[in-house]
Design a protein. Structure first.
Length: 195
C-alpha cells in the first residue's frame, strides 16, 4: 500500500483537488509570465505584470482605480455643503450633517440631532446603554410555592415562604438571595431552570 502525497494549491497552500488548485481557486489561472505564482487579473497577466491598467499621470506606474488614475492622482474634490457660508463636506441631499445631511436620531421623542451610534445620537445612545437600576420584585404566590414543592419533592421548600423576594444591592448591582446551606448544587441548578 503506497501513500500518495496530495499537492498543495498553487495559490494558497490548501490541499489541491483540481489540477494543483483547491476548490476555492479551481477556476483561477496563473499569470502567463514565467515563474510568476500570481493569479491572472486580465489578458492572462497578474496585476504586477500589466493585467491592470496603469495610471494615466505622466511618469506614474501605479495601478489605475477611478477614471484611469491611481489613488494619488485621482479626483479628490468633494462637494461642499449647499447651505450659505458653510464649508463642510456634504453627505446627503447636498448638505453636511450640521445642516441636515445626516440621518436623524431614531429616538421616539423626535430628536433633531444626527445619528452617530447604531442610529442614535450620543445622548440617546448613552440613555439606552444605561443599566436599569430599578427592578420590581414580587413575592412568590402560594400556587408558585406549591408548584416548586411538587417539583422539588425531596427538598424542604418552607424557606421559600419567608425568602420569596430578591434584594438588589445598589452598591454592587448584583442579586443576593440567601439560600439555606443544606441545598446542594443540583438543587440550585434545578431552581434556576424552573425560574
Amino acid at each position: 500500500m503506497s501513500i500518495t502525497r496530495i499537492q498543495p494549491c498553487v495559490f494558497c497552500g490548501r490541499p489541491s483537488d483540481f489540477d494543483d488548485k483547491c476548490a476555492k481557486h479551481r477556476y483561477r489561472l496563473r499569470c502567463s509570465v514565467e515563474n510568476c505564482p500570481n493569479q491572472t487579473y486580465a489578458r492572462n497577466l497578474c496585476v504586477q505584470h500589466g493585467g491592470k491598467q496603469q495610471c494615466r499621470f505622466q511618469g506614474c506606474n501605479g495601478n489605475a482605480r477611478r477614471f484611469g488614475f491611481c489613488c494619488k492622482h485621482g479626483v479628490r474634490e468633494r462637494k461642499p455643503c449647499s447651505s450659505a457660508g458653510c464649508r463642510n463636506i456634504s453627505h446627503a441631499r447636498g448638505l453636511c450633517v450640521k445642516h441636515g445631511g445626516g440621518r436623524p436620531c431614531k429616538w421616539a421623542g423626535g430628536c433633531t440631532h444626527a445619528a452617530r451610534i447604531e442610529g442614535f445620537c450620543h445622548n440617546h445612545y448613552r440613555e439606552l446603554a444605561k443599566p436599569n437600576t430599578t427592578m420590581d420584585t414580587f413575592p412568590l404566590t402560594s400556587e408558585e410555592i406549591e408548584m416548586l414543592s411538587v417539583l422539588l419533592k425531596d427538598v424542604n421548600v418552607e424557606w421559600l415562604e419567608h425568602e420569596t423576594s430578591m434584594d438588589m444591592s445598589a452598591s454592587d448591582n448584583a442579586f443576593q438571595l440567601d439560600l439555606p446551606s443544606v441545598l446542594d448544587i443540583q438543587t440550585v441548578d434545578l431552581l434556576a431552570s424552573v425560574w
